[in-house]
Design a protein around this ligand. Structure first.
Ligand SMILES: [Zn+2]
Length: 494
């Protein structure tokens, strides 16, 4: 394997989060009755004229800036001609030689993984993005769930005319994990700036990979194969991995790689040939005569840039510096913008280290179990930071706090109320603790005898019993100290 090099380029289609379509006023709502969201323009009826949706330009600009692209002052919509049943016009309005934006440089973090997908070490990587252009989506053929599907195909044009940003990279990736990390970065960046929901499972982020192999040291590229049907991040990574192995064994067996499009079949974990590129269409691109050139002023671009939130990578670096977090923790806390906002609001209470731990571990677990996300967390950042202050001033122990947080989560009540309902804060009164200790020691004659005979490991037993007797409220450090004193004094008496 080591004397082979893999070359991967990626194309991502992201649906821009507009209310209406790119060239008409129809809704982009997902899940409507088939063909409910259509009009003469997106049905491609003769004489209907497209009008560009301004919101598409704004969201396209946000996406382009979030990915480090330069926005062209002038771009041209072009007709991409091909015949397909889900494309009633016989052409798709896209952009060709003068795209909306180009020449992007993006820094991402990437890591090699072991077989199970565990990260070895994160390192930065620069990706060159060739272009991001704007286009309309096609409709959808439906082959399932309708009468007589064995004899008929159905066409749903609700998706026809939904706005897309197509993002194309240079062949910069050398492994399936680099490709995986890049697409994940793009997903997060687009969601972060509100340009796209970028949900692969819902189909509003779609990905294609161009994969080729060559012997290390060769300068010419091998024949590339286009991979489609990569409907999740994991499929993308697995399909590329399979394809690399397939191509290397073909070449090593003296075969030629055919330039073609292959589909990933997840059930069989294989790629299958869909069509060879020799049959590929010549799209006969030409400028769309019904739309003027798109002119975007530098002023507009600067306005969009100024309104962008701090971008994920910049924010991650700042969290590391400002709150003294590890790279890994900061990465988890910037997984979404809502998460980063939540963290900073909690950290403001004065214990950023504890805030990171509680969010990444306990709160994340509660959210996972409840099947919800941080934006709808029943525990507010104010409540969580108040709970952390109660640990810091010894009102509750760290152990109690886990139970307090679980109850805050299920009841949506603030920590002081939860602690009061649990019978009050941490018990730190030495006399009260001593009384509990005496009771436990008296009720455990066998263990006391063994302890006094030298089995000091039994200390934990006594501490546990006392804390249990206090309903979890006794301060563990104090209990430890007092149990030891009580037993040791008995040993001296003997
Ligand atoms: Zn329409």
């Amino acid at each position: 394997m080591t004397h082979w090099e893999t070359i991967i380029g990626l194309e991502v289609h992201a649906q821009l989060s507009t209310e209406s379509k790119i060239f008409c006023g129809c809704s982009t709502r997902f899940g409507s009755e088939p063909n409910a969201n259509t009009c003469p323009t997106c049905l491609g009826l003769p004489g209907a004229l497209p009008v560009l949706n301004r919101r598409v330009v704004e969201l396209g600009a946000r996406a382009a800036l979030a990915l480090g692209l330069q926005i062209n002052e002038r771009s041209i919509f072009a007709r991409k001609n091909y015949f397909y049943p889900d494309l009633p016009k016989g052409y798709q309005i896209s952009q060709y030689d003068q795209p909306f934006s180009a020449n992007g440089t993006l820094e991402i973090m990437t890591a090699n993984r072991d077989e199970a997908g565990h990260v070895h070490e994160w390192k930065p990587m620069t990706v060159n993005i060739t272009r991001l252009h704007l286009e309309e989506d096609a409709g959808k053929n439906v082959h399932e769930g309708l009468p007589d599907v064995d004899r008929y195909s159905y066409i749903d044009l609700n998706r026809a005319g939904v706005p897309l940003a197509e993002i194309v990279t240079e062949p910069d990736f050398r492994s399936s994990w680099e490709a995986y990390d890049y697409v994940n970065h793009v997903r997060r960046a687009l969601q972060w700036v509100g340009a796209s929901d970028a949900d692969m499972e819902k189909g509003n982020l779609r990905c294609e990979a161009n994969v080729s192999v060559r012997r290390r040291g060769d300068t010419a590229f091998g024949t590339k194969v286009e991979l489609k049907n990569l409907n999740s991040f994991r499929f993308l990574q697995r399909a590329i991995e399979y394809e690399i192995d397939r191509q290397i064994s073909e070449v090593e067996a003296g075969q030629r790689i055919v330039q073609e499009t292959r589909l990933w079949n997840e059930r069989e974990s294989k790629t299958y040939s869909m069509r060879s590129k020799e049959e590929a269409h010549d799209y006969r691109y030409f400028p769309e005569p019904d739309l003027p050139p798109l002119v975007v002023s530098p002023n507009f671009v600067e306005k969009v840039r100024a309104a962008l939130p701090e971008l994920p990578e910049a924010r991650r670096r700042r969290l590391v510096q400002e709150y003294n977090l590890s790279l890994d923790d900061a990465a988890q806390l910037t997984e979404t913008r809502a998460m980063a906002d939540y963290y900073e609001a909690t950290a403001a209470s004065g214990n950023p280290r504890a805030a990171a731990n509680w969010i990444i571990n306990e709160l994340a677990r509660e959210l996972r179990v409840a099947g919800t996300d941080i934006a709808s967390s029943p525990v507010s950042p104010e409540s969580l930071s108040e709970m952390i202050r109660m640990i810091d001033d010894n009102t509750i122990s760290g152990k109690m706090a886990k139970e307090v947080l679980a109850q805050m989560f299920s009841s949506k009540r603030p920590p002081r109320e939860v602690v009061a309902a649990m019978g009050g804060g941490q018990l730190s009164d030495e006399a009260e603790i001593l009384a509990l200790v005496e009771r436990v020691v008296t009720e455990s004659p066998k263990q006391t005898e063994q302890y006094l005979a030298g089995k000091t490991a039994l200390l934990g037993y006594f501490v546990g019993q006392v804390i249990k007797l206090s309903a979890g409220r006794a301060n563990p450090q104090l209990v430890n100290k007092i149990v030891k004193q009580a037993l040791d004094s008995r040993s001296k008496l003997k």
